[in-house]
Ligand binder design. Structure first.
Ligand code: 0X9
Ligand code: ZN
Length: 299
């Protein structure tokens, strides 16, 4: 049984997915999308009812190693969709794919060596690691990214230098009919939509994305008062080229794309204490459900 009073190691995350695949064979398919640089297995779970594939809602988590609430929320989403029969309606018009652990090497490093590690763990000359969220090949390195390997926002030797970023790119390419993509980070209570590679560049459907984000925030803020700042990240935070959300929209052609920056906590903001996992998951899930319901109406 999964509980949300503690964070899980990468292997425990994979075990939970495998357990669901064996407990719910009609509902769940777990597949491997590749290995990480240090050879950890990267899995996705597809949750689907019926016999024909439906439009897909794709959830990415665990890009930045220290943002532990991100994989935790993705497991909560999986738990709710699979193990809570009250949520079957969310599977009527959509399939869900969740990738809980996009940076397993960095994540394990935060458990064993440095709690504040952010990047991947591929070696460099002076420093290890590339910022996965600067490594995607859409306007790579144009803004808000570093070519210095010791920087926290090092974009890598080239676009898609990181196998973890390639694994995500390849599964997005190989999956038909993804209607929505969310990338879960922490912290700061932001709900971003593309583009983040340059100042003032918004997609054609930005108004629709903005409206939907406000509806999500209305639902979340009604629960514990958590308010999200909404906008393109260049407007409300900083420009950052090479992010997975820009790739999802500009590279993979997905129309509805967001980044969640969940609430912070703890001493460093990223080290939200375990007793905060459940409240953050509960309130954010309410927002994600509304997002999915509204998307399903148009899908
Ligand atoms: O800098 C980042 O990669 C993200 N913030 S974090 O504190 N989680 O590292 C922000 C991403 C920039 N915005 C978008 N990708 N839209
Ligand atoms: Zn992040």
């Amino acid at each position: 049984r999964i509980s949300f009073d503690q964070y899980l190691r990468h292997d425990e995350i994979n075990s939970y997915l495998d357990q669901l695949a064996s407990d719910y064979p009609d509902l769940v398919t777990v597949s491997t999308i590749g290995q990480s640089y240090e050879n950890r297995t990267m899995k996705i779970i597809r949750i689907s009812t019926g016999t024909t594939p439906k439009p897909v809602f794709f959830v990415e988590a665990g890009m930045h190693a220290r943002e532990w609430i991100s994989p935790a929320l993705s497991l909560y989403i999986i738990n709710q969709l699979v193990e809570n029969p009250d949520n079957r309606g969310l599977l009527e018009d959509l399939d869900w794919i969740v990738l809980p652990s996009l940076n397993p090497d960095g994540y394990e490093f935060t458990w064993t060596s440095n709690r504040m590690w952010r990047k991947t763990r591929s070696p460099g000359v002076m420093c290890s690691g590339t910022d996965g969220n600067r490594n995607f090949g859409f306007h790579w390195m144009e803004n808000g990214a570093s070519n210095l390997e010791c920087s926290e926002t090092y974009a890598g030797k080239e676009a898609f230098s990181e196998v973890e970023a390639r694994n995500l790119r390849d599964i997005l390419d190989a999956t038909d009919n993804i209607v929505a993509f969310i990338s879960i980070h922490s912290y700061g209570q932001y709900l971003f939509y593309p583009y983040s590679y340059d100042v003032g560049l918004k997609p054609d459907n930005w108004q629709e994305l903005d409206d939907l984000a406000h509806k999500v925030n209305d639902v979340i803020s009604a629960i514990n008062g958590t308010e999200y700042t909404i906008g393109s990240s260049t407007e409300v935070m900083y420009p950052a080229a090479g992010c997975s959300d820009d790739w999802a929209m500009g590279g993979a052609g997905i129309d509805i794309v967001y980044v969640f920056e969940l609430p912070g906590g703890g001493k460093e903001g990223f080290d939200l204490p375990p007793e905060r996992i459940l409240p953050v998951c509960i309130e954010t899930w309410e927002g994600i459900k509304v997002m999915a319901d509204l998307i399903a109406q148009d899908a």
